[in-house]
Structures are given as structure tokens and as C-alpha cells.
Design a protein around this ligand. Structure first.
Ligand SMILES: Cc1ncc(C[n+]2csc(CCOP(=O)(O)OP(=O)(O)O)c2C)c(N)n1
Ligand SMILES: [Mg+2]
Length: 651
């Protein structure tokens, strides 16, 4: 039976995928085989990307949420002319290769984001679509007008983060989203019927999506459905594509056996016979190459027309300035917010003041909170709420959806043109940890505003009192964790976070007021991670956030007893770790005994104090009571701290 070139293209994706998985002796052949037709139709007929400029700002974004189907993406990018070579495909899953087990963000290669933890791609794509809406609102459709496409799987739809993100996408009427659901009724261990029986189209209809169901191997039906999805601008679209996992494999199609192991040489031979494929491994027929080349040539023409429009628009110097403010923003230098003399402001409130200043100098900053804006102090006061009626507004109401908020924030930043932050109570950073970690892995400079940072939030009690959270965040590589102590450090914390380009920052902020030092702290010191805030020679107390003023008070008590204590504020351990050893020793002392003081678990502080140092912290859960009582009960008063240090020095 003769095949169309589109069918041969799908078979090229299938055979490249199964051969690469076989060669690596590891990987997931079934999903690429099942989604190959979806990929061919989307990429040749719809997706606005240009391999001659993978970074084109107005390109459509494509997210492969089911990251285990990585070979689908690599094969398709290769066929489409992105710089993934046949040698790269042969090196699938090998050391140093760009074709990692799961796709890893690499925009020049055409990989929009890292996927693998199911659900993250779905939710992050929602953030990309929100960024597009915002920027289109500002610059108009002549300069910004693209879609966010995604391939999502059963596993993606089972994950909670997807439900949160889908709910917000429906509410926000994100009509430029078109997701194709690989509806194959199979997941890792077996049929989805073992644990998943919801009516997905009905569910998505109910939360404001436009839904369609098609045969995912019928190219005509797929094209019609994607057309309908792109035409629907008032609602996001989910197309359930009924597919067969392992399509073409005589013995493994429709079985979980094709999900995560190589098909085996014998089954590959049978599959190629069934697919009518007689080429040697890793060869692509010329007509398939030509199909992709011809269809993508029109995208190059679209890009050149866009460049022309941009260049004409930039003839207006106001527009040129505005464009650069979003797409080539400058680093910031922030100053400490002014304070009334003697005022004790919470660092969350100081952060809120800094945000107002920041929003003036950096137009690309947008932010929001998971229904805690008034507690997190995240509202940008001179702007309204981002809604379907006002896409230019800069405040995002995420609702009580921390996990999706994390992913959506990453998505906005990954999209480019916006710098996003989002806030919740530090306690609930656990709910968004999947996204926080993935952002750190991707090197995305999202900013997390975590307030109510210790047991000293008081009466809400141990469900709301973080204890292990700061240490748990410090454990994530490439995430910088900054816990400012005063107005100057609050400004410095935002400055460091904003000027990071290769990773995220968590700002750890108090609910309660903090005492300011006699002289306002220079924000620039935060970039060094630590500095001496009070000189002394007998002992060094290293403290963070609200415990810095406590350390100074304890030093006063110690001074009365004839002990000279140096106090070091260490807002950012990660920045401190970047200093030379000698600079570090200048700050925390050489032979002087060291004490750490932080209202959280002591884990990690031995790195600073040494094993023989004293670590004062809270290694149990908190309790529900007024903050002052908790300070007494947990030994966080100046007298108690001084007493412990005295004892330690005498021991
Ligand atoms: C958050 C998360 N949990 C678990 C996994 C492990 N895992 C990988 S694929 C998969 C399920 C596969 O089912 P489906 O998404 O339907 O993909 P298909 O088998 O159809 O290719 C699981 C559980 C994961 N990658 N991410
Ligand atoms: Mg499945």
C-alpha cells in the first residue's frame, strides 16, 4: 500500500526513535511511535518556528510535557532542520550529548523547557501563554502574536499541578493555548483504567476549555482539530487524540511493554516491516526531508516579515525604548526603602516597598501571589490585575494554587520579555517545590517571595510555622536563598535576585517587625553573602534575617559579661560560598569560635561554624502562641542566646 509523504514522515520519527532507544539500550519508544502523526501534522502545517532563527521572539512555543517521549522531540527537531544532528540522535542518553534522557531546556536547539516530571510542562506552558498575552497587550499583535502548543499525556493529566494550571488557564481564557492529549489509555505499569476513569473532555469543558476528540493517527482529522483549536481565541483548547502507544509494533502496540524499554532487535525488524520501512537505521528519505524543509520555508518568510515590522516600529524611538525595556532590560541598583525613625517593619513589608521601586525601573516585572498578596506584600500598587479584559496589568491573581503558580512563573520567565515573581507563605514552598527545583535545574531566574518565615509568625501555629524549609531550599542546587535582616538588606536581596540571569532566588521574609541597625545597611553587601554588622573578638555569631538584631542584642548582653562578640549577618549562604576562602575568613574569623543563630533547623550550619561550633536553631516543630511567648519558650531572647554562648565558650 502506498503511503503519503506525511505518513512516511511519521514513520521516520518512529524508526529514528526506536533505533535510538535500541542503540542506547534505554528509553521510551512507545510514546514517540504513538505521537508521531500528531507531530508531523503540527510541525508541518501549524507550528510557527524557524530553524534558521530558533530564538525568534514571536515563534510559537512547543512544550513536550510528556518528557519521557524525548526521542519524539529530538527526531522532529532533526527533521525540521534544528541543530540536532544524526550523530546527536545516535548519542541519545550518552554522556555529554544534547539528546539527554529527558529534554533539557536549550532554546538554540529548539527545546523550550526541561520536561520529565509529569505535569510541569502542561503548567509551565500556561505561563508561556500568559507572558504572550501580556506582551501582546503591550505591543499589539503586529509584533507579538503566537501560540503555545503542547503534547500532554495521561500521566500529565493525572498530576495535580495540571489541574491547578488548567483551572487558571480556563479562568483566564488563555485562547492561544492548544494542547494535544496523547489519549492512549496506557501509562507506565499498565492500562490507565486501573486508576484513571475521568471523562477528560467533560472535565475540561467544565473548567472553561474548548475540547475536541479525534483519531490521533488520522492526519486530516488532526489538521481539522488543530485548525479549530487555533480559531478558538476565547478558551484554551485540549484535543484528545486517540492514539496507540507503540504504533506499528506487532507485539507491543497498545501495551505498557512499549512504554519504557527498547523494543528489541527482533521486534524492531517486525515493526519496520509492518510500517513498510526498508531503510537502514538512522537514514531519512529525501522526500521526508523536503516535506519539512518546504513547510518551514514559509515560516522563514513569516519571520523576515516580522523583523521588517519590528524594524519599522522601532523607527519610533518611544517604541524602541519600550521594546528594549522588555527584551533587553538593564541590571538594577536598588536603594533601601525610607523608614520612620525607630520604626520596626517586617521584612515582607520592606520587600513590598522595594517592589514598588523596582516596578518603576523595570517595566518587565510582573508578579502575584497564591491568594496571599496582602500578606506577602506582592501587589504592584500602580498597576491593576491581569485579566482577560486587561492583559497589560502586572498583578497576577494565582488563586490558591501554589504548585501551578511555581510552574507558571517559570513559564513566564522562560518565555522571555517578562521577569516574574510569585509569593506564598514559606511553609507552602513545599507545595511548589517541584517547580522551584525544575526552575533551578533549568537555570531560570524566577523570584520566589516566601513570607512568614519562622515560628515567629506566632498564633497560626505549627501547620504554618516553617522550621526545615530554609534548609530544604538551600539544599536545591543553583537556587539562591536570601533572608534579609533589615531595609538595606531587603533592597539588596531584590537587587541580587533581579540581577541573577542563570538561576532562581528565594526571598525569605518575616511576618514580624525587625529592629534596624544604627546605620542603614548598604544593599550592595548582600551580593557578598555576608558582612560584619558589629565588631568583636572573642566569638563570632553568624545570624540571618530576624535573628540578626537578636544576635546584636545578645552581643550587648555578652559585652556586659566581658565577652566581645562579633555579629555577622549572612543573608545569602550561596553568595558567601562564592567568595574566596580568604574573604570568607575575613568575615567569619579564622580561629575565633563560631555560633550560628537562625530560627529554623540547624542542619547545614556546621559548614559555617565547623563541627565544634555552636548552632542555635529550632530542630522541632513550633507551637501555637504569641511570638513573644515562643521566643521565651524556644530560647530566642537576648538573655537566653547570650547564656548559651557563654556556656559554650566556658565548656
Ligand atoms: C511526576 C512524575 N511521576 C512519575 C513519573 C514516572 N513516569 C514516567 S512516564 C509515567 C507514566 C506514563 O504514562 P503516560 O503519561 O500515559 O505516558 P505513556 O505511557 O502513554 O507514554 C510515569 C509514572 C514522572 N516522570 N513524573
Ligand atoms: Mg498514556
Amino acid at each position: 500500500m502506498s503511503q503519503t509523504v506525511e505518513q512516511r514522515a511519521a514513520n521516520a520519527i518512529r524508526t529514528l526513535s526506536i533505533d535510538a532507544v535500541q542503540r542506547a539500550n534505554s528509553g521510551h519508544p512507545g510514546a514517540p511511535m504513538g505521537m508521531a502523526d500528531m507531530a508531523v501534522v503540527l510541525w508541518t502545517k501549524f507550528l510557527k518556528v524557524d530553524p534558521s532563527d530558533p530564538l525568534w521572539l514571536d515563534r510559537d512555543r512547543f512544550v513536550l510535557s510528556a518528557g519521557h517521549a524525548s526521542m519524539l522531540l529530538y527526531s522532529t527537531l532533526h527533521l525540521a532542520g534544528f541543530p540536532i544532528t544524526m550523530d546527536d540522535i545516535k548519542a541519545f542518553r550518552q554522556w555529554g550529548s544534547v539528546t539527554a534522557g529527558h529534554p533539557e531546556i536549550d532554546h538554540p536547539l529548539g527545546i523550550e523547557m526541561t520536561t520529565g516530571p509529569l505535569g510541569q510542562g502542561f503548567a509551565t506552558g500556561v505561563g508561556m501563554a500568559m507572558a504572550e498575552e501580556h506582551l501582546r497587550g503591550i505591543f499589539g499583535p503586529a509584533l507579538i502574536d503566537h501560540r503555545t502548543y503542547g503534547f500532554v499525556s495521561d500521566g500529565d493529566l493525572m498530576e495535580g499541578v495540571t489541574s491547578e494550571a488548567a483551572s487558571l488557564a480556563g479562568h483566564q481564557q488563555l485562547g492561544k493555548i492548544v494542547y494535544l492529549y496523547d489519549d492512549n489509555s496506557i501509562s507506565l505499569v499498565g492500562p490507565t483504567s486501573w486508576s484513571f476513569s475521568e471523562d477528560i473532555p467533560k472535565k475540561f469543558d467544565a473548567i472553561g476549555w474548548h475540547t475536541l476528540t479525534v483519531d490521533g493517527h488520522d492526519h486530516g482529522a488532526l489538521a481539522e482539530a488543530i485548525s479549530a483549536g487555533t480559531a478558538e481565541l476565547g478558551r484554551p483548547t485540549l484535543i484528545s487524540c486517540k492514539t496507540h502507544i507503540g504504533y506499528g509494533s506487532p507485539n507491543k502496540q497498545d501495551s505498557a511493554a512499549s512504554h519504557g524499554s527498547p523494543l528489541g532487535a527482533e521486534e524492531i525488524a517486525l515493526t519496520k516491516e509492518r510500517l513498510g520501512w526498508d531503510l537502514a537505521p538512522f537514514l531519512v528519505p529525501d522526500d521526508v526531508k523536503a516535506l519539512f524543509a518546504n513547510s518551514l520555508a514559509s515560516r522563514t518568510a513569516q519571520r523576515l516579515a516580522w523583523e521588517e515590522r519590528l524594524s519599522v516600529a522601532r523607527g519610533d524611538s518611544d517604541i524602541a525604548r519600550l521594546w528594549d525595556a522588555y527584551f533587553s532590560p538593564q541590571p538594577v541598583a536598588l536603594s533601601a526603602p525610607p523608614l520612620d525613625a525607630g520604626a520596626k517593619k517586617a521584612t515582607r513589608a520592606l520587600s513590598g516597598d522595594v517592589i514598588q521601586n523596582l516596578a518603576q525601573v523595570r517595566l518587565d516585572v510582573v508578579g502575584g501571589s497564591a491568594d496571599l498578596a496582602s500578606s506577602n506584600n506582592t501587589q504592584i500598587k500602580n498597576s491593576g490585575d491581569f485579566t482577560p479584559d486587561d492583559r497589560t496589568a502586572r498583578n497576577i491573581r494565582f488563586g490558591v494554587r501554589e504548585h501551578a503558580m511555581g510552574a507558571i512563573t517559570n513559564g513566564m520567565v522562560i518565555h522571555g520579555g517578562v521577569r516574574a515573581f510569585s509569593g506564598t507563605f514559606l511553609q507552602f514552598s513545599d507545595y511548589m517545590r517541584g517547580a522551584v527545583r525544575l526552575g533551578a535545574l533549568m537555570g531560570v531566574p524566577s523570584i520566589w517571595v516566601f513570607t512568614h518565615d519562622s515560628i515567629f509568625l506566632g498564633e497560626d501555629g505549627p501547620t504554618h510555622q516553617p522550621v526545615e524549609h530554609v534548609a530544604a531550599l538551600r539544599a536545591i542546587p543553583n537556587l539562591w536563598v536570601i533572608r534579609p535582616a533589615d531595609a538595606g538588606e531587603a533592597a539588596g536581596a531584590w537587587q541580587v535576585a533581579m540581577n541573577r540571569t542563570d538561576g532562581p532566588t528565594a526571598l525569605i521574609l518575616t511576618r514580624q517587625g525587625v529592629a534596624e541597625p544604627a546605620e542603614t545597611t548598604d544593599p550592595a553587601v548582600v551580593g557578598r553573602g555576608a558582612f560584619v554588622t558589629r565588631e568583636g573578638s572573642d566569638v563570632v555569631i553568624v545570624a540571618t534575617g530576624s535573628e540578626v538584631s537578636l544576635a546584636r542584642d545578645a552581643a550587648d548582653v555578652l559585652a556586659e559579661r566581658g565577652v566581645s562578640a562579633r555579629v555577622v549577618s549572612m543573608p545569602c549562604v550561596e553568595a558567601f560560598n562564592e567568595l574566596s576562602r580568604s574573604d570568607q575568613k575575613d568575615i567569619i574569623g579564622r580561629e575565633t569560635p563560631r555560633v550560628s543563630l537562625e530560627a529554623g533547623v540547624t542542619q547545614g550550619w556546621a559548614e559555617i561554624t565547623g563541627r565544634r561550633g555552636l548552632r542555635i536553631g529550632i530542630d522541632t516543630f513550633g507551637a501555637s502562641a504569641p511570638a513573644g511567648i515562643l521566643a521565651e519558650q524556644y530560647g530566642f531572647t537576648a538573655d537566653a542566646v547570650a547564656g548559651r554562648i557563654d556556656e559554650f565558650l566556658k565548656a
